[in-house]
Design a protein around this ligand. Sequence first.
Ligand code: ADP
Ligand code: MG
Length: 267
Amino acid sequence: MGDMIVVQDLVKNYGNFCAVNHISFTVPEGKIFGFLGPNGAGKTTTIKMLTTILDPTSGFIRVNGHDPVHERKQVRRSFGIVFQDPSLDDELTALENVDLHGALYGVPRGERMKRAQTLLELVGLWDRRDDLVKQYSGGMKRRLEVARALLHRPRILFLDEPTIGLDPQTRNHIWGYIDTLSKEQNVTVFFTTHYMEEADRVAAECAVIDHGKIVAQDTPAALKQQTDSATLEDAFIALTGHAIREEEGNVMDRMRMMRAAWRGGRR
Ligand SMILES: Nc1ncnc2c1ncn2[C@@H]1O[C@H](COP(=O)(O)OP(=O)(O)O)[C@@H](O)[C@H]1O
Ligand SMILES: [Mg+2]
């Protein structure tokens, strides 16, 4: 079992602005890996470089052993992706959306139907397969996107903020499904989130990114232990000196930092 993703000294500049600033990390095969950070930290930019959408300014990347700049095709066959913004066709049924994806990836028709059934059953949508996607709730759409991303049997699943805007119960369900999928299909999962408690629950390992730099990489338990924090949210504050959700800034920020300092947490 090797590393599915290797990143060394990766940089992305947009003009004079450095969005990703010399980051390095590795993701072991079969693991669920969380990439945590606030809005604007550089998470989506990193995913875009890993998935051939954006060329790096400099640095080294291997995805399933391939270079996203020079071996685009091999890299693209290696992963499925759920984008931050929804990308389903609302005017098609759920099954049609999944089937179309399989056709685009050249999966034979009979095989497409078999896999679609397995995956839609796994995410609890098989009974609703003939409904138009525009009749789906936000949570159902997310589950459908996850199933669709796996139809061509990728070894890696990228999820960019897969639960953003969903209610806590639906978020729990989605993570349950992803956990099952990763175990049953032995898929390596790379996800981004700014919900710390989710990462705490599902990530085997995580990297914390802030202002384009990785400030820590470890298991959630180790990150909490290192910072003497009860929750990953507190660990994040101890590591970065500020809270993850901007709207909680100021008062909550200061209270948490004081609490971390009081407990002797490092900053
Ligand atoms: N195409 C772009 N041109 C210029 N700046 C960008 C572009 N895309 C993202 N940025 C900036 O880069 C930073 C990182 O963005 P992003 O990777 O989307 O962060 P995240 O996904 O963590 O919220 C932000 O400050 C953002 O405004
Ligand atoms: Mg983003």
